[in-house]
Ligand binder design. Structure first.
Ligand SMILES: [Zn+2]
Length: 720
């Protein structure tokens, strides 16, 4: 006997069948263009989710915008000698265009410098201020006397008190992920002038997060124990269990939204207070333009709110923003925050400052009209549960072995054969064989399988299910071989092609969230209508809109409709959906990255200028020999010095060398080295040093021995 228990979890959330969806995607920071890491982590999954829900007929609002406040923008402007406005205008434009180019279907894409946002965020602060939700506190903050400015966030670097990382910022350590206050840093240094900061008193407002502990425990640890991703849930739990502390919501800075309180001149809202409110401002902007009411999308319990972000934003979206919304009192909080881990590029961390990235606008210059290939590769290899690596070889393999060889090959055969045998009209089928029936039954199951993956935010699994549908079609044609059967049984081929055309139509519908441009092209080939605004940024490849189309399908049509493409329906002419990516194209990208690596290395090095010219006689005065380190011991009470015994071939002598910070004694005993043997002896800390070991420095500042790269060079061999 089976007992059916009501699902209390879903009942509590009232989100089993929401009336509407509000989907947000992290506001990209306008201090640079966006790269594949942003796309993979946030925007492609958010767009797949939004497109999928629209296709299933849901009321969906998908909002985003540029995050244009904060210290990094202020810093970049100072460095480049321009106004912050110039920086944000430039990158807002580039970012917005990248989103359009890649078919990210925001219903509204705003910016936090917009007036509507300044007012919304300012009103938010005022309401909380008037309700007494903030703590006012005068504290000592780091101050740069040279720049005449308080130092917080990215304006100060120092050693992380939690993990010892030496380049932690004043707000966060990128090594261990800890959130920090600038005054926590050990050995802080101003990033503006490089000087060591003093401290100075200043007044700020804090959100006492500790007051929301009970709320957060219930909201996250109880109500979302089962439906949030383990990485997100785990991070929240460790935050809450670690003890929540009051968090500053204001900053001493000249760029941002002025704190709307008397006596707060020269202070702005902390960017992390104002940025998430940007989702609400963006919704208001949309509602104004469309003549809609924004409030249900943020205040009605029947709305399902989902934030798409990267893992570096978890604390802000799961702890701080919900606490702000809760404090305000009128707002719903997120039903889910499906944060992704990080994407790396060819084994290294993506970095804007090191130019270690594939920039979206550059990608499109080199792979025009191939947005879907990147969308697909990033989804199929999405960093959903752990950090993942983007490699150009994988990109090529996904394209050539899956999109071209399976998806594209199937569609091309279907279209070409339909034109060849029936002048492009869908044939009338005769009797279905068992294989036909089973194949059509399998097709009908795909919407549910893919839906289930998407609803659980498992987009890479969903993308592989979609590819499985293409595999089903490809295998069906390969097994049934209409190109052979046509010689003996024309009636049978009509049935085969009819079945194949149904699968092709299923692919056109179900691929839309993942491969919107391809889906548009395929719908054009099949002469069926694109779903509502499914291709806002994409043009059909022949520049024409679908004209004579009469058929329009939704997601569930694939399951419900007996026939997706009826007999007699006329197809448009065939075109190729994908093209092969050649080895040379991949090599070009790899060369480009290699060049970036080299140029980064050179930039880190300040090369010594060449010294004065010497004569050959000067050179021959230097007696350099190969030797072997036979003993090594760190000199007591010194940091750098090591006392070495070196077999020079001539003798075994003592040399004091400043290498103790780079090497341990054990790792250098037995090492072949080059020694300047005729250097006049000198006493270092009471020990006579008779010669010098030749060294150089690598890009990370580590010392490297100058030693022969060939074995069998004996001690005492001279260098000339
Ligand atoms: Zn750290």
């Amino acid at each position: 006997m089976v007992f059916l228990w009501p699902n209390f979890n879903l009942m509590a959330q009232n989100q089993e069948n929401p009336q509407r969806y509000t989907i947000t995607a992290a506001l990209p920071y306008t201090n640079g263009p966006i790269h594949i890491g942003h796309l993979a982590g946030v925007y492609v999954p958010a767009d797949i989710y939004a497109r999928f829900l629209r296709l299933t007929g849901k009321d969906v609002l998908f909002v985003g915008g540029s995050d244009e406040h904060g210290v990094a923008i202020s810093m970049k402007a100072k460095k480049e000698g321009v106004s912050p406005k110039e920086i944000i205008d430039k990158y807002h434009g580039i970012i917005k265009k990248s989103f359009q180019d890649f078919g990210i279907t925001f219903d509204n894409y705003s910016r936090t410098s917009a007036e509507i946002h300044h007012k919304t965020a300012s009103d938010f602060f005022k309401k909380l201020y008037e309700q007494g939700d903030f703590i006012e506190e005068t504290t000592a903050q780091l101050y740069d006397e040279e720049a005449n400015q308080f130092l917080a966030d990215r304006f100060v670097v120092g050693t992380c008190p939690k993990c010892g990382h030496e380049e932690a910022y004043g707000d966060q350590c990128e090594n261990c992920g800890s959130s920090l206050n600038a005054t926590d840093l050990i050995n802080p240094k101003s990033t503006i002038t490089g000087s060591i900061p003093t401290t100075k008193e200043t007044k700020h407002w804090f959100l006492p997060l500790d007051r929301y502990e009970g709320f957060l425990r219930k909201y996250i640890l109880e109500d979302h124990k089962n439906d949030w991703k383990p990485n997100v849930y785990g991070q929240c739990k460790s935050w809450i269990d670690g003890g929540l502390e009051p968090r500053a919501v204001t900053r001493d800075l000249d760029w941002g939204i002025p704190v709307p309180v008397e006596g707060a001149e020269g202070k702005v809202l902390y960017v992390w207070f104002d940025a998430p409110i940007g989702y609400i401002s963006s919704t208001k902007e949309w509602a104004e333009r469309e003549g809609k009411d924004w409030e249900p999308y943020w205040k009605d319990e029947g709305t399902k709110l989902v934030h798409f972000i990267g893992k570096d934003n978890i604390v802000f979206h799961c702890i701080i923003f919900p606490s702000i919304l809760k404090a305000h009192g009128d707002f719903i909080v997120a039903d889910n925050v499906p944060a992704n881990e990080f994407l790396n590029l060819e084994g290294n961390k993506l970095s804007t400052s090191k130019n270690w990235a594939v920039w979206l606008h550059e990608y499109l210059e080199e792979f025009p009209d191939m947005q879907d290939v990147l969308r697909y590769t990033l989804t199929a290899n999405a960093p959903e549960t752990k950090d993942n690596d983007f490699t150009w070889k994988d990109f090529q393999a996904r394209n050539n072995n899956e999109l071209v060889a399976i998806f594209g090959n199937f569609i091309n055969r279907v279209a070409v054969l339909t034109h060849k045998y029936y002048d492009g009209a869908v044939p009338e089928p005769s009797d279905f064989t068992q294989v036909d029936t089973e194949t059509l039954a399998a097709l009908r199951k795909f919407p549910e399988t893919i839906s289930s993956s998407i609803e659980h935010y498992r987009f890479r699994e969903a993308s592989q299910e979609l590819m499985n549908l293409a595999r089903l079609g490809n295998k069906y044609l390969a097994d049934e071989e209409p190109w052979k059967v046509i010689k003996e049984d024309e009636e049978r081929v009509k049935t085969i092609m009819f079945v194949a055309l149904q699968i092709a139509t299923g692919l056109a519908i179900l691929s839309e969230p993942f491969l919107p441009f391809t889906s548009g092209k395929l719908k054009n080939i099949l002469n069926i209508a694109s779903a509502r605004r499914s291709l806002s940024a994409g043009k059909l490849s022949d520049g024409n809109a679908v004209t004579s189309a009469t058929l329009s399908h939704r997601w569930e049509s694939v399951t419900k409709n007996e026939v997706l493409l009826p007999s007699g329906h006329q197809l448009n002419k065939a075109e190729l959906l994908f093209r092969k990516v050649e080895d040379e194209e991949i090599q070009k990208q790899l060369d480009k990255l290699e060049a970036t690596k080299k140029s980064n290395e050179n930039e880190n090095k300040t090369l010594m200028p060449q010294k004065d010219t010497i004569t050959f006689d000067d050179f021959t005065k230097l007696d350099m020999r190969i030797g072997t380190i036979v003993e090594a011991e760190k000199m007591a009470k010194t940091k750098k010095l090591m006392v070495l015994k070196v077999d020079t071939g001539l003798d075994t002598r003592t040399i004091v060398s400043g290498i103790a910070e780079s090497f341990s004694a054990e790792e250098i005993i037995g090492k072949k080295v080059t020694v300047l043997v005729n250097l006049a002896p000198r006493a270092l800390r009471g020990v006579d040093s008779e010669g010098m070991i030749l060294m150089t420095e690598n890009t990370e500042g580590k010392l490297v021995f100058m030693n022969p790269d060939e074995n069998g060079v004996g001690n005492g061999e001279g260098i000339n």
